[in-house]
Each structure stands twice: as structure tokens, then as C-alpha cells.
Design a protein around this ligand. Structure first.
Ligand code: GLC
Length: 470
């Protein structure tokens, strides 16, 4: 218990040190405070990294910083530059931003929309996290005026315009380029990655709650509702993998044409990886990482699965089984440090091919099967939601023993996550914030009440009818 308390104090210190101000007001947290940062943009405030910081601030009643952040990210959209001669859509929100002080001492904000980021990756998840955070802020503070203001209403509409735009999808899932979310390097996560679908689902649900029911919004609200409903059933059916489903896929016929096809994506049973043999038992299951023509990515991605549990994208029984898999496969999915970002790592020729020979993503490191302390918050939250406080406790205990002693690293390496990541920053803000959330959730009910604002109840049929009839 003493180690846990000391670690909590130390985590708060890391988080406090990461707060920065803009023109006198608190605005966000920098990604890391390591004096030897591995890349310069860790000095910036990443939208996705701020989410766990915001959860802590909301649990502590510090609302200003979250409100300032939400408004600023919205306003920063005007900074989008033309990239390689290409004018980007106004609904995109930045990956990160920072405060720059002019020689005259004047402060201004500079944002990166992926036009500066390593690899020029598109931050598709930013606006989705922004919607999630807007909802969390609104329900926690009871301040509905922000979401209802014309400026935020316009922000929600512009985001939806971009994210609902008809593209080349053949399904309700959203099609995105590689590296467009937490895994922001080439990692064969283009197409329809689960994490984006979970965030998209949450953003659509938020829009249904917040878009004013005016005549001008009627068509948009209908569109949002349809996409929300179809996305939910699509993911629940087609992304789901358990022992029964695996058996079906194992015996799939291929080359089926037309409406009667069962194997609609033409998945060849030969593509089932060897490690899945015997991996699932009768009580466990998970959503696969990605799905597309001839392609089922069987890798297990932690954040997409955990967010599906928290947001209710997973049906209640699926949620139980997703967490049960952690119980049954603790060694592989948690090991010495919660939680492994994906399982298993790509190795050999496959690693070379899917990462483009990326030395930062060697097997069992970083995005390629590394262990990320920041995943502690969705893990503990999701486990508690399905009544598995024992697993949440176990994960927190592991983190308490290592994180403070190791100076709050960004990630860990190794099959079981036993080594501090080779190129990990120390004093990584979202590692510390995740630890705080996890310990608060296990200790106090008020914190859990804030967390519950991330969950979505099923839409009530009256609300659905009313949107469809308008
Ligand atoms: C790395 C991570 C990304 C994170 C950023 C800042 O690029 O892959 O998810 O937002 O670092 O911590």
C-alpha cells in the first residue's frame, strides 16, 4: 500500500510538471518531460495524450484546463496549411500543438496536423477524441452551455461533414490510412482498424446527444443515427472472434459471389495464424484488429478492444469475454507491465515488410508488441465495468512496483514487457496520468462516477423514433 501511495504522489508530480499555460491560463499537458526527449514533438501537447490528463483534472474538479483545451483545439483548425499543394478538409483537428513565444515576448499557438509529424501521418483520431472529451466534460461538470454554443455546434457539424463523407467504403466502418491513431507509424493498420471504429462509434453517439434538434440538423442527425446503428451491428458481428467463430472461419468456403455469400470478405482459412490454435477457450473472445477484402487481421489490439467495452460497442456478453481473455492470457497480454499494445509482434520478413524496416518497431518493442503503461486506464476502467476488480487490482499492483522506480517510461520492451523501452522517454505524462486514473478508480467511487460519463447507454427507442421522424 505504501508503494502505491508513493507512486501516486510521484505520478501527480509528473502530471503537474507537464501542465503549460497560454497567456496566463492553463491549457494542456506536454507529452513528456524527459530532459533527453527522443523526438522534439514530445514537447507538444498531443490531443490523444491529453485525454487521460483531462480525466484526472475532471476527477479533481479542475475544469478550466479542460474547457480551455476543448476551445483551443477547435479554434486551431484555422491553422491548417496546404500540404504538398493539397488543401485539407476543415473538420480535421490537430495531432498536437505548442506555445511559441515571439522575440517581442508575444505568445502564439502552433499546431501540427500531420504536416510536420514524423512520417506525415494523418491524426484521424484527434477529432474523435475531442468529441469524447467534450461529452465527458459536459456530463461531469453539468455545463451544457459549451456544447450548445454556436461555435461548438459548428465544430461538431464540420467534424461530421468530414467523417461522414462518402468515400470508397463498402461497409459502415471508417476507412483510414496507416498510422492514423495511437499507432502513428507504419504498422499495417490502414483500412478499418478497430480503434478508429470504437472512437468513431463514440463520436457518433456524442453527436446524437449534442447536435441541437433543429430543422437544419434533421438530415444530419438521421445520417448519424443510421451510421451509428449499422456500425454497431457490423462490428459486433464481423469483427467478433471466439472459438465458435474461429471454427466457422476455419471451414469457410471461398470465392462466393452474390447476396447469399457467407464468407463475405473472402477470407481464406489458410490466413488464420498458427498462434491462434488453442489460444481461445470457451469463455473468451475479442474483436479482431482490422477487416477488409481478403483480410482479417487476427492480431489482438488492446485499446480498440478496451474502448469497445467502455463505450458499449461490445455487446454485454462480448464485453465479459474480452476481459475474460485477459484472465486466460494474462502472461501474453499483460506479463510484467500492463498492457501490451498488440499481440503478437510481427517478426522476420513480416516485420520488415509491414513496418518498412522500422528499427523503433522491432518485435516486442514500441508499437510492435511493446507494453504501454498508458493503457492501464482503459484496462482498469473496462475491467471494473464488467465486475473484474480482481484483474484491475492485479494490473495496478504490477504498475505500482515498477513505474515510479523506472521514472514513468513511455513503454516497455520484451515478450512479457520486462524491460524499459529502448527508445522510450522517461517522465511520459500519459503513463503517469493513467496510473493516477487507475488508482483513483479502484479507490474512490466519485472518480468512478466521472469515468462512467465515458459510457453510453443504449439509445432509447423514443429518441431513435424522434430522430427518424424529424
Ligand atoms: C508516439 C505515440 C503516439 C503519442 C505520441 C506522444 O508517437 O505513438 O500515440 O501520441 O508518441 O506521446
Amino acid at each position: 500500500m505504501k508503494a502505491r501511495r508513493e507512486a501516486l504522489d510521484s505520478a501527480y508530480e509528473v502530471l503537474r510538471d507537464a501542465i503549460f499555460h497560454y497567456r496566463g491560463a492553463p491549457l494542456g499537458t506536454v507529452a513528456a518531460r524527459d530532459p533527453y526527449l527522443v523526438a522534439p514533438n514530445y514537447e507538444e501537447c498531443f490531443v490523444r495524450d491529453f485525454v487521460p490528463s483531462a480525466l484526472v483534472f475532471l476527477m479533481d474538479g479542475e475544469y478550466d484546463i479542460v474547457r480551455n483545451f476543448l476551445g483551443t483545439v477547435l479554434d486551431l483548425r484555422v491553422q491548417q496549411r496546404v500540404m504538398e499543394g493539397h488543401q485539407r478538409a476543415p473538420g480535421l483537428m490537430p495531432a498536437s500543438f505548442k506555445v511559441v513565444t515571439d522575440p517581442e515576448g508575444e505568445e502564439r499557438l502552433v499546431a501540427d496536423f500531420g504536416d510536420l509529424a514524423i512520417g506525415r501521418v494523418a491524426p484521424v483520431d484527434s477529432a474523435l477524441w475531442w468529441m469524447v472529451l467534450l461529452r465527458l466534460y459536459t456530463y461531469t461538470t453539468g455545463d451544457h452551455s459549451l456544447a450548445a454554443s454556436p461555435r461548438f455546434q459548428e465544430g461538431i457539424r464540420t467534424t461530421l461533414d468530414l467523417y461522414l463523407k462518402e468515400s470508397f467504403e463498402t461497409s459502415p466502418a471508417m476507412l483510414v490510412p496507416d498510422a492514423s491513431f495511437m499507432i502513428d507509424r507504419r504498422m499495417s493498420v490502414y483500412g478499418h482498424p478497430l480503434e478508429i471504429q470504437a472512437l468513431f462509434y463514440a463520436a457518433l453517439r456524442t453527436a446524437l446527444d449534442f447536435l441541437a434538434p433543429t430543422d437544419a440538423n434533421a438530415a444530419l442527425r438521421k445520417m448519424v443515427l443510421k451510421r451509428f446503428q449499422t456500425l454497431r451491428s457490423y462490428v459486433r458481428i464481423y469483427y467478433w472472434l471466439d472459438i465458435q467463430r474461429l471454427n466457422e472461419i476455419h471451414r469457410y468456403q471461398a470465392e462466393e459471389f452474390g447476396h447469399e455469400a457467407v464468407n463475405v470478405f473472402n477470407i481464406y482459412p489458410e490466413s488464420i495464424p498458427g498462434w491462434l490454435d488453442g489460444w481461445l477457450d470457451n469463455d473468451s473472445g475479442y474483436f479482431v484488429g482490422n477487416l477488409g477484402p481478403g483480410r482479417m487481421d487476427f492480431r489482438h489490439f488492446a485499446l480498440g478492444n478496451l474502448l469497445s467495452v467502455i463505450f458499449g460497442l461490445a455487446a454485454p456478453e462480448q464485453a465479459q469475454r474480452i476481459i475474460m481473455l485477459y484472465d486466460r492470457r494474462w502472461d501474453e497480454l499483460v506479463g510484467h507491465m500492463p498492457v501490451k499494445i498488440l499481440y503478437p509482434a510481427a517478426e522476420g520478413a513480416e516485420w520488415a515488410f509491414i513496418t518498412g524496416n522500422d528499427p523503433k518497431n522491432v518485435p516486442w518493442s514500441y508499437h510492435n508488441g511493446g507494453s504501454w503503461p498508458t493503457l492501464l486506464w482503459p484496462f482498469v476502467g473496462a475491467a471494473l465495468m464488467v465486475g473484474r476488480g480482481d484483474l484491475a487490482e492485479r494490473a495496478l499492483e504490477l504498475a505500482a512496483q515498477r513505474l515510479m522506480v523506472d521514472n514513468w517510461p513511455e513503454y516497455y520492451d520484451g515478450r512479457r514487457g520486462g524491460l524499459v523501452g529502448r527508445r522510450a522517454n522517461y517522465y511520459q505524462t500519459w503513463s503517469a496520468a493513467a496510473y493516477i486514473i487507475a488508482s483513483r478508480l479502484l479507490e474512490d467511487e466519485a472518480a468512478m462516477n466521472v469515468f462512467r460519463n465515458l459510457m453510453f447507454d443504449e439509445l432509447d427507442p423514443g429518441q431513435e423514433r424522434q430522430i427518424l421522424a424529424s
